[in-house]
Design a protein around this ligand. Structure first.
Ligand code: UDP
Length: 498
């Protein structure tokens, strides 16, 4: 039976969307709420819970009020193998379609559970536009969780509203994004296809973006000193409150031994001791970490270019490579490369999933090649690392602009086309010479590289300050929790008076 104390506590339900780039920061945020006295429930499916449950159990056993409520993913109904419940498991369009369908089918069981739980607030992933009505039915605030930068949200909203890319002579012609405090130029090819031209996906995404304005407020995994102009612009444009509470990865995983296992099922964790030994055997800031996040798959021609680009560069690296489920000759090509790199001690290959936080934290890491996923950016920034930017899809090209043009801590590799992560645009390749040049510019001893490194370090320090007691993000989280408590109180008083 629930105690009176836990009944009176502010109860917040978190609804993560099952893809690592959305789920990981939301779980970190949920844990932060619990660590600040909130009663937290995370609703998810079995296989998704298995990627973070041990951390939640640890928090619970340390006395925090946090638990996971499980709902069944309709795998059998959709003809999906057991355990395939996450966008990242979708290795073909057909499979991805089924997983997305399965996720939308979770709405009904989640709504039933919400009625049962009667939370005081719902923190929902942006992808669940239907939670506007669900929160209204319960009479509680809906907090929209945006899993990328303020900058990217402003850029996307202004491009959606003003369509500056319409009527250009070609899709490689540059346009300026209207309404932004900096002059930011892009080409049509760099924005998502659904925004480039209206299609069925536009009809799917527009209500998702629009649902932000229909929320009580938005949570951002960002911090004031990082993008204050855009934090302000977003608040005025949306007309709702927002709270920057990031970087949540650095905050929630402070002193956490479980950094290694983050985002992955226990059984899939690789050989951490060997990796740490390899890192320990290198000088400080001498290794480049190469990762394209949880979804991107490089097509074969691009893999070949990257292999020779890295091999021809004068710097050591760690590369996270996804195994090819279809083409074994590619795996063999990569295994040969792995052998060569082992012998020369120049490179270390991690297959499928890397303990990213653990690696980035190591002093031997000097920079990262990133696809500009927001979490990877924040995780690198938190430890003061500059980046080579290689955006692939979604809002990643906007994030590249923030890193390169605004913050000046990124070297662009020269990516030109925004394409769906499972799609193959074989003719558009970043060549080995471009890759080796970007590596030299970032990891070399040139003046530009030194300045970038200094700026990244300063931002890393600012990130650390923001999550310490009294820092901006710290205060924002506490202020939000207080506000939600007051709303709960007013609601209770209102109900008594009725
Ligand atoms: N990640 C990881 N190991 C990997 C790949 C990804 O730990 O091998 C984590 C990474 O630390 C980040 C998240 O997965 O927290 C990926 O999110 P991001 O926004 O960078 O990119 P996405 O995967 O959404 O494209």
């Amino acid at each position: 039976m629930e105690s009176q104390e836990s009944h009176n506590k502010l109860h917040v339900v978190f609804l993560p969307y099952p893809t690592p780039g959305h789920m990981i920061p939301m779980i970190d945020t949920a844990r932060l709420f619990a660590k600040h006295g909130v009663n937290v429930t995370i609703i998810t499916t079995h296989a998704n819970a298995s990627t973070f449950q041990k951390t939640i159990d640890n928090d619970f056993n340390s006395g925090y009020s946090i638990k996971t409520k499980l709902i069944r993913f309709p795998s059998a109904q959709l003809g999906l193998p057991d355990g395939v419940e996450n966008i990242k498991d979708g290795t073909s369009f057909e499979m991805l379609g089924k997983i997305s369908r399965g996720i939308s089918m979770l709405q009904d069981p989640i709504e039933v559970l919400l009625q049962d739980l009667q939370p005081d607030c719902i923190v929902t992933d942006m992808m669940y536009a239907w939670t506007v009505e669900a929160a209204a039915k319960l009479g509680v605030p809906r907090i929209y969780y945006y899993s990328s930068s303020y900058f990217s949200n402003c850029a996307a909203n202004f491009i959606m509203k003003y369509r500056p890319h319409d009527n250009l002579v070609s899709d490689t012609h540059k346009f300026t994004i209207p309404g932004l405090p900096h002059t930011i130029e892009m080409t049509s090819l760099q924005i998502p296809v659904w925004l480039r031209e209206k299609n069925a996906v536009t009809a799917y995404f527009e209500p998702i973006f629009k649902s932000e304005e229909r929320s009580y407020g938005t949570l951002y995994n960002s911090f004031h000193e990082l993008e204050s102009d855009y934090e302000k612009l977003n608040k005025t444009t949306m007309g709702i409150k927002s709270w920057s509470v990031g970087p949540v990865s650095a905050w929630a995983n402070k002193d956490d031994e479980r950094k290694t296992n983050r985002g992955q099922r226990e059984k899939n964790i690789g050989n951490e001791t060997e990796l740490l030994n390899w890192l320990n055997s290198h000088q400080n800031e001498s290794i480049l970490y190469v990762s394209f996040g949880s979804l991107t798959r490089l097509f074969h021609v691009q893999i070949v270019e990257l292999v020779y680009g890295l091999e021809n560069s004068c710097h050591n690296f760690i590369w996270v490579v996804r195994k090819n489920d279809v083409d074994d000759s590619e795996n063999i090509f990569l295994q040969d490369f792995e052998e060569r790199m082992k012998e020369s001690k120049k490179g270390y290959i991690i297959w499928n999933w890397a303990p990213q936080l653990l690696i980035l934290d190591h002093p031997a890491i000097g920079g990262i090649v990133t696809h500009c996923g927001w979490n990877s950016i924040l995780e690198s920034l938190s430890v003061g690392l500059p980046m080579i930017t290689w955006p692939m899809f979604a809002e990643q090209f906007y994030n590249e602009k923030l890193l390169v043009d605004v913050l000046k801590i990124g070297v662009p590799v020269g990516a030109k086309v925004n394409k769906f992560w499972l799609g193959t645009v074989e003719e558009i390749v970043v060549r080995r010479e471009e890759i080796a040049k970007a590596v030299e510019n970032l990891m070399g001893s040139g003046e530009e590289s030194k300045e970038m490194r200094m700026r990244a370090k300063k931002l890393g320090d600012a990130a650390k300050r923001s999550i310490e007691e009294g820092g901006d993000s710290y205060n924002n989280l506490l202020q939000l929790i207080d506000e939600l408590k007051s709303l709960k109180k007013s609601k209770a008083l209102g109900e008594k008076a009725d």
